[in-house]
Design a protein around this ligand. Structure first.
Ligand code: DLL
Length: 432
């Protein structure tokens, strides 16, 4: 094991000294290895020697999604391709995914961070854990998988898409832990209940994240399944799952500050805000080799609590997320931007740019209906024309956003056309 509890309980001074040392190093590394950062720093009249520690953090440039897009795919890599061993990605606004690349050491640190989160949730090498996040470009599956293996737990790589198999194996293999999105866990719980299997499971802990959820949802799954459920946060650009998680006290998510330097800024002015003040979470990676990021703007709205937690840990706690500064939706754990739907619709002959995404939660599963205005001729045509168009739209959207959507075709002017900022999303999900 590379970590121990002492590290998680370092004094604030010790944490900040370590962060300062690592910040100086990472700034030097990106300045010399990433042309994009060198130029950004030069524009600000900065040289690596100007950054002495975390007190100088505010002088460094931000990194945004637009920077990732401008350097897509490998422009922010700080090592040659021969040193990279993995690429992961998640949706971006324009159809260009957000890419992250990792060296072998990055994968080791990621695994350690994910394993630390599992340890905080009480998962040990004696557990049998089902990973119910998607495997592939999405970081959830592989991130949780490597973390659990690092810990020494027995991993069942279920991935998503086959709930029946998941519940059958949960019973047969006596799984004691699960990692999946909270909404999927609720769906799994209902499936177990409907099949009369609730008293046949050995599950005792769940580690859920990738989407916002509430204490009410936590209570609901904990009561239904007689387990304890923990929250895990992360994002592709920074790592994947394993950036932060909550301890048994559930008073925020401890962020691994030895690897990630968090700040809260005012989303409009960019000004650094103090402990407890609400704003946008910004993270600087302190140890990443493949794609280190300076002051990455996560667009997640929250605040930080740096006081010592009742559990004894001193690493700052990310408070409940209040939303995002952009229009990204998370549907069944998949990140979706309305602009992706719009771009996909525009490739189909006969559609118009007027559409509405209706997101709901039925039986604890997210649903997506896309209402699209189509040209008049389809309505005067045979019904087959409409059906074909619906199928085509569903297929195109599945390719573009990775989700099955119910398609509802609407006659011209059937949707509200606003004169101001057009609304393209009705999100009926209640985070109760
Ligand atoms: O969702 C990584 C992950 C996988 C985290 C599995 C936890 C478990 P992305 O697909 O890049 O990465 O999406 C990142 O999802 O900026 C948040 O808006 C949201 N998000 C992630 N975890 C949480 C959470 C993964 N626990 C984006 N609570 C982030 C609320 C979350 N929102």
């Amino acid at each position: 094991m590379i970590w121990n509890e002492t590290k998680e309980c370092m004094s604030r001074d010790e944490i900040e000294t370590l962060q300062s040392k690592r910040l100086v190093k990472v700034v030097d590394r990106v300045y010399h290895n990433v042309e994009y950062y060198r130029k950004k720093m030069q524009e600000l009249g900065l040289e690596p020697g100007d950054i002495h520690g975390i007190e100088d953090l505010h002088r460094l440039p931000f990194t945004t999604y637009e920077d990732l897009n401008a350097t897509y795919p490998f422009g922010l890599a700080a090592v040659p391709n021969s040193e990279l061993v993995r690429l992961q990605a998640s949706s971006g606004t324009t159809g260009k995914p957000k890419i992250a690349v990792y060296t072998r050491r990055d994968i080791d640190i990621w695994s350690e961070c994910a394993a630390r989160c599992m340890t905080m949730a009480g998962i040990t090498r004696d557990d049998i854990i089902q990973v119910g996040y998607g495997y592939g470009l999405f970081t959830g599956g592989l991130g949780a998988h490597y973390g659990a293996e690092y810990l020494g737990a027995l991993v069942i790589p279920m991935s998503t898409g086959n709930t029946q198999k998941l519940v059958t194996m949960m019973v047969d293999c006596e799984a004691t832990a699960i990692a999946c999105t909270p909404s999927y866990l609720l769906h799994v719980a209902e499936t177990l209940r409907d099949q009369g299997l609730l008293d046949k499971i050995k599950l005792r802990v769940a580690l859920c994240g990738a989407e916002p959820w509430t204490d009410n949802m936590r209570n609901q799954v904990e009561e239904m399944l007689h387990i304890k459920a923990h929250d895990i946060y992360g994002l592709t650009e920074i790592l994947g799952p394993g950036v932060a998680t909550d301890c048994d006290h559930h008073t925020g998510l401890h962020i691994w500050e030895d690897h990630f330097l968090p700040e809260i800024i005012h989303p409009e002015t960019g000004e650094q805000l103090g402990d407890g003040e609400g704003g946008e979470l910004v993270i600087t990676t302190l140890t990443k080799e493949g794609m280190p990021l300076l002051r990455y703007r996560t667009k997640d709205l929250t605040s930080l609590d740096k006081s010592r937690c009742e559990c004894g840990r001193t690493m700052a706690r990310i408070q409940r997320f209040k939303g995002r500064t952009d229009d990204m939706l998370i549907i069944r754990g998949v990140n979706v931007f309305p602009s992706q739907v719009e771009a996909a619709l525009l490739t189909i002959d006969g559609t118009t740019p007027h559409y509405m995404m209706v997101v709901d939660r039925v039986n604890n599963e997210d649903t997506l209906e896309v209402q699209v205005e189509v040209e008049e001729r389809f309505f005067s045509d045979e019904i087959r024309g409409l059906e074909e168009l619906s199928r085509k739209i569903a297929k195109t959207l599945k390719l573009a956003i990775g989700l099955n959507a119910k398609i509802k075709l609407v006659e011209p002017n059937g949707l509200e056309h606003s004169e101001g900022k057009t609304k393209h999303v009705i999100d009926k999900r209640k985070l109760y």
